[in-house]
Design a protein around this ligand. Sequence first.
Ligand code: A3P
Length: 295
Amino acid sequence: AMEQEAEIVQELGSLHGIPLYKSFIEGWPRVKAFQARPDDVLISTYPKSGTTWLSEIMDMIYHDGDVEKCRRDAIYNRVPFLELKAPGEMSGIEQLESTPSPRLVKTHLPVQLLPTSFWEKDCKIIYMARNPKDVAISYYYFHRMAKIHQDPGTKAEFLENFMAGKVPYGSWYDHVRGWWEKKQQKKILYLFYEDMKKDPRQEVQKILQFLGKELAEGIVDRILHHTSFQEMKKNPAANYETMLPILMDHSISPFLRKGVSGDWKNHFTVAQNERFDQHYQKLMAGSDLHFQMEV
Ligand code: A3P
């Protein structure tokens, strides 16, 4: 058991300057060479930005709101994680190879590291971004419950590391800005977690339009109900509770933790918030990308 546990925690290495779990870096050559199919749809996010939520919505759309079909497997198998590589587990690439088309693919890669095949095949991409204060808090709790991570230290320490980009997948600022700029030239639907909280129906309609798909009002209703926080939290196919307890400890913090915008207010001190705002303004200067810090 000791040896197994020792393999679960992953130190961070550097992938072309981006901090990433060492096991993921070992698997990188096959990720880089990944052959996308033209009808693959990519779900891209910085971690803790609503990836699982968007994935469940997409799988429901793909199955015309059939709740039973969307219980066929856990969300992390229904939407394979492209760059996932961990000892003793099937890699994301292996999972994708055995997934029939049309596939949904999840990634957290920054735009400059996306395997070129996605661009060559002109795949549709849906990016979801979330305000960095909520991402930082969500990421802190995720570091504690998901055992691939080293101890994140105190909240204050983690916040410093987050701002400095010294966390898996690197700088949030570079990630959201990089994908935002790419949207000028490529088929990318750029969504916000906060908009999805405010008006999920409108956001689902945007997704349908982007996919060129129409669904009856009643089916959209069912999708919205099934993908609400409360429903997903009690759904074993969506809440990650089927993962091995040695990989995720939901008693420390559940994967579906709070699911709101503005929870950072319960965690940031006034001083931390001021410092964060200053840093944010510096790093986001000159961009027309704006975030709602609460809804
Ligand atoms: P919190 O930790 O703030 O609760 P990801 O899937 O990218 O890892 O993101 C996880 C975050 O999305 C968690 O945020 C989780 O609770 C939230 N989330 C998951 N499903 C959700 C839903 N249906 N509605 C709102 N938030 C959801």
